[in-house]
Design a protein around this ligand. Sequence first.
Ligand code: VG1
Ligand code: CO
Length: 541
Amino acid sequence: MHTVTTQPIEGQKPGTSGLRKKTLVFMQAHYLENFVQSVFDAIGGAAGKTFVVGGDGRYFNDRAAQVILRMAAANGAAHVIVGQGALLSTPAASHLIRLNKTDGGLIMSASHNPGGEDEDFGIKFNGPNGGPAPEGLTDKIFARTTEITAYQITDAQDVDLNTIGTAALGDMKVTIVDPVADYAALLETLFDFDAIRAMIKGGFRISFDAMNAITGPYATEIIENSLGAAKGSVVHGTPLPDFGGMHPDPNPTWAHELMATMNGADAPDFGAASDGDGDRNMIVGPNVYVSPSDSLAVLAANAHLAKGYTQGLAGVARSMPTSAAADRVAEKLGMPCYETPTGWKFFGNLMDDGRVTLCGEESFGTGSDHVREKDGVWAVLMWLNILAKRKMSVAQIMQDHWQTYGRNYYSRHDYEAIDSDIANTLVADLRAKLADLPGQTVQGRTIANADDYSYTDPVDGSVSDHQGIRVIFDDGARFVIRLSGTGTSGATLRLYLEALELDPANFDHDPQDALASIIAAAEDVAGIKARTGRSGPDVTT
Ligand code: VG1
Ligand code: CO
């Protein structure tokens, strides 16, 4: 065991979900080590503690796992539980942290960002509740990275992580577990597998695109082996270090192969995709794409059909930019609905406090209090359970939902890798004129309210400012602008658009048409295209 002298490395500030950088940045001398030591220091040391370690299998995952193990041992950790091959999906890691009552875990992933030597890597710390470190802790970790002078690491050979069983690293115990088994067992307690099996036996066909990322083994075991879907229902099911060149972000742009299948002749009944680390999901039916905000609302309205949720929901929560479709369900069902800043870490307190059961984000994230992360495979099974019980198609479920609750037309426009100065100036200028906006008319619409979203956590009272600029019109339609906290090159600006439609005659429009005047109003107010010189968004969801 030895102490290595180091010095602070700039820029180790965790973003929306952990620290994400280019892989080559992470591979620089001391880079990973400084961050891991800062995590251990920020949580009061690792001595005597138990951690879960795993990642989504992207390039450098295997090397980083060995470094984390050697550092945990040198810092006096008692026990580390690792997924076989250093693999764990984010929700499975969250479950193992909780199941084994550990002191937390280190998850290696840059999630929906591409992987490979020239792409992205990331790492984040989740606490004993299984959820992402709250802001107070990530601030502490960052502060530590700016003053670090040394880290601890043992000299040892690599631990064989490919064989399930136990190993030792100095005095530290290492347990290598099947990454899928405990997670699959958990899902079986929540959903009616027999009803789904019967539906599949009756000819219901599924296409699940794992995008060569971590959900491959999970989806193959659960959807094909356990639920009986035909071999080949899981596509791109082998995790690869570079995701086979795919960009594992489950949206219509990046999961275009799935979209082509679902919009083609002889489309299966149900399509889904997940992201790099398995916490996101996209849901599609034949010729119908379910917007993530709508998916959250549908799950909230129908969760009682799944056996883990028959008693109903304590409440729901959504991130601020997510549409109010879930709010409408909550109102009708008489349960509370919370609004939080972007990022799953803000849901943790609400779930721990028993205030909410279901949470969701417009960015293809839905989940429940079975773990403390969003969960892609969980969302797929919840949908399958609902379809099996209601005996309706995805399109019929959506039509029925809108008939009952109205349709919150929704879209997000992403302007990626734009010049950081331009992005920051745009947001600063917008912030500066917020007070003048109410009362102004743009594109025939009157602005009722404009603010910079600030959140006070109802459980611990902590305050998070500057979480997105909201411009709300007098009919409740709105747009939101915020800068991404997960990118690794330049700035990514997200424009979120929403308008409520209550007239059934207008439920079948293309969201881009339904939102055209809001899109134009956002351009008038913020000048995104004018300032960036872009002709339109890179990704539209
Ligand atoms: C994005 C999404 C956010 C999500 C986060 C992590 O953050 O907008 O809703 O929680 O990614 O998802 P940002 O700051 O880029 O908008 V994952 O699947 O990358 O862990
Ligand atoms: Co993810």
